[in-house]
Design a protein around this ligand. Structure first.
Ligand SMILES: O=C(O)CC1=CCC(=O)O1
Length: 249
């Protein structure tokens, strides 16, 4: 699947790929761009069905989302890159680093888990979206992405995330929910060779910090960081996350 993507930053600099969470677009990383552009060429992309990328009907597997990225890297003739992902984007990053270690130089994993304790909520969410569309779940889901304090201070930003989620293709979103229902990367973590930093939000209920810690403990040599944020750590704790990313990359 040919993904929508944007390349920015100094030509010829080492490339960092940024992978988005479920229901978000390349805008997820807006706050990190100025810092990253000082040293890196940045490749942002939209998962299938999200933002400007085409969708496909049916259930997806995480392998499908990761294969899309490998296809993009091949098309852009990028044999080896560093990769930073948030949530589902980080799951894709773990898959890539475990299954195609020759392609990944360094890895940053934000607000993520290697498996979910229950598949049922993801199947239920997929069914709701197939029946009523992404707009029907947007308010409730985005309500878990930020702390109430942050949402109160930045209602327009939160509204923009809600609008982006509502615009995600219904099939694309539901297909990704099916991929999350089946997610199990636990056996992949020990195979990751890329130096890795894991970042969790202290107030994240979607992918709790204890799960991020477990990911870091399973990846050889990984570092673990907790920042004051709910789920979308790179938005709510933008400066802290940018600093950790820059230092690690
Ligand atoms: O949107 C959510 O509910 C939280 C989430 C889990 C995986 C992901 O990418 O987002």
């Amino acid at each position: 699947m040919k993904l929508h993507h944007e390349l920015s930053g100094p030509p010829g600099a080492p490339v960092v790929v940024l992978g988005n969470s479920l229901g978000t677009t390349t805008a997820l990383w807006d706050a990190q761009l100025p810092a990253l552009h000082e040293r890196f060429r940045v490749l942002r992309y939209d998962h299938r069905g999200h933002g400007g990328s085409p969708s496909a009907p049916g259930s997806y597997r995480l392998d499908d989302l990761a294969d899309d990225v490998l296809e993009l890297l091949d098309a852009l003739e990028l044999p080896r890159v560093s990769y930073c992902g948030a949530s589902m984007g980080a799951m894709v990053g773990m898959w890539l680093a475990g299954h195609a270690p020759e392609r990944i130089e360094r890895l940053v994993l934000c607000c993520t888990v290697s498996t979910f304790t229950a598949a049922r909520p993801w199947h239920d969410r997929a069914a709701r979206v197939r029946a009523a569309g992404t707009a029907a779940i947007a308010r409730e889901v985005v309500g878990r992405w930020f702390t109430p304090e942050f949402a109160g201070r930045f209602p327009e930003l939160v509204g923009a995330f809600e609008a982006d989620l509502s615009a995600v293709d219904d099939d694309g979103y539901a297909g990704c929910c099916d991929a999350l229902a089946a997610l199990d990367l636990r056996s992949v973590l020990t195979a990751i060779e890329a130096p890795t930093a894991v970042i969790s939000g202290a107030f994240d209920e979607a992918t709790p910090a204890r799960c991020g810690r477990a990911v870091a403990e399973a990846i050889p040599g990984a570092t673990f960081h907790v920042v004051p944020a709910a789920h979308l750590v790179n938005v709510e704790a933008a400066e802290e996350v940018s600093a950790i990313m820059l230092k690690h990359l």
